[in-house]
Design a protein. Structure first.
Length: 201
């Protein structure tokens, strides 16, 4: 018995079987895993793109809402200001209807006109305080963004398209047109080069 035990001990530890690399894997498992990874990466990229688009759309909505709020505050007085414009027009018409000679000849009339001029000036000052500004384009080139041409007249030596008469002043509010100025523009001399103005609008 002892001899057999010694013989077994001298034989040394038993050797474990050697398994070749990849021998325990399932055939075709690696390509399937790679395909799954690629699929997950594609889905992650798609979700990321959708998230970025949603964030961009939300930012656009926020900016649009902010702009609408700002415009609402800036142009809240638009209708009120437009209703006040005839007051300014009537003051100016009343003053223009009084000849300068009549003012010189009548001291009371001159003082009355001076008071009306101060009233007109104060009204325009109040309007400008709220960014409502008068457009008086006499002598300027016609601008269809601010002016409305009523007629074309002989402008003498004025270039064609020059505003030679303002029939009614225009107004803007925060650089947005509130009312166009009604104007008469110069025809220009024959053969002259200048802007052609459409008065049919």
């Amino acid at each position: 018995m002892n001899t057999e035990a010694k013989n077994n001990d001298s034989a040394g530890p038993s050797e474990e079987p050697v398994i070749a690399p990849g021998a325990d894997t399932i055939p075709g498992a690696a390509p399937a895993a790679d395909a799954r990874v690629a699929q997950l990466e594609a889905e992650a990229a798609r979700y990321k793109d959708q998230a970025l688009r949603a964030m961009a759309e939300a930012e656009n909505i926020r900016r649009r809402a902010q702009r609408e709020i700002e415009d609402s505050a800036k142009f809240a007085l638009t209708n009120f200001a437009r209703d006040l414009l005839p007051v300014s027009d009537n003051l100016r018409r009343a003053l223009d209807s009084i000849p300068a000679d009549a003012r010189k000849a009548d001291d009371k009339l001159d003082k009355f006109c001076a008071g009306a001029e101060l009233t007109e000036k104060e009204l325009l000052t109040v309007l400008e305080r709220y960014n409502v500004k008068r457009v008086d384009p006499l002598g300027q080139p016609f601008d269809h963004n601010l002016h409305q041409a009523i007629m074309q007249v002989d402008g003498g030596d004025k270039p064609a398209g020059t505003v030679v008469q303002v029939l009614q002043a225009g107004f803007t509010i925060h650089d947005r047109l509130l009312r166009p100025a009604l104007v008469a523009v110069a025809k220009g001399t024959p053969g002259s080069t200048g802007a052609k103005v459409d008065t049919t609008a």
